[in-house]
Design a protein. Structure first.
Length: 139
């Protein structure tokens, strides 16, 4: 896991970390890894510590990582989540631009276009749910 988050090249793999005021405690991280098959697509992941949920930190991290991705020509994020996430299942019907691209046993992979400015409401909602609930990681 440490290699996954620290072996970055700032083009195909980027990570943005939020630290406390003293710079000694990690509060959250957002990172992406470009798809080798689709150069304009990257898998994104987000984690925020429990005490910082609901304060806007996840949204801020996603706005920053989205801007970095756009600078590198990435136009679409994918994310993998546990299929048993009930909030995610209900969200699928309401999100519009989110596309389910794979429903493997136990997981759901979604695809979301990265908006040109800020985060689209659908992406914000999707990633808030992912940060609060179980998120499947690709190893």
């Amino acid at each position: 896991m440490l290699d996954e988050l620290t072996d970055i090249d700032h083009r195909d793999h980027e990570a943005i970390v939020a630290l406390d005021e003293r710079g000694s405690v990690g509060l959250g991280i957002a990172h992406y890894r470009r798809s080798p098959e689709r150069a304009n697509t990257a898998e994104v992941a987000l984690a925020v510590i429990d005490d910082w949920h609901g304060r806007g930190l996840g949204t801020l991290l996603l706005e920053v990582i989205s801007a970095r991705a756009r600078q590198e020509g990435i136009m679409t994020f994918t994310a993998r989540m546990l299929a048993e996430n009930h909030e995610m299942r209900g969200l699928r019907e309401r999100l519009g631009p989110v596309r389910i691209i794979d429903e493997a046993v136990g997981t759901v992979e979604v695809e979301v276009p990265i908006p040109a400015v800020r985060l689209a409401p659908a992406l914000q909602k999707l990633l808030r749910i992912a940060a609060r609930h179980d998120v499947a990681t690709s190893d």
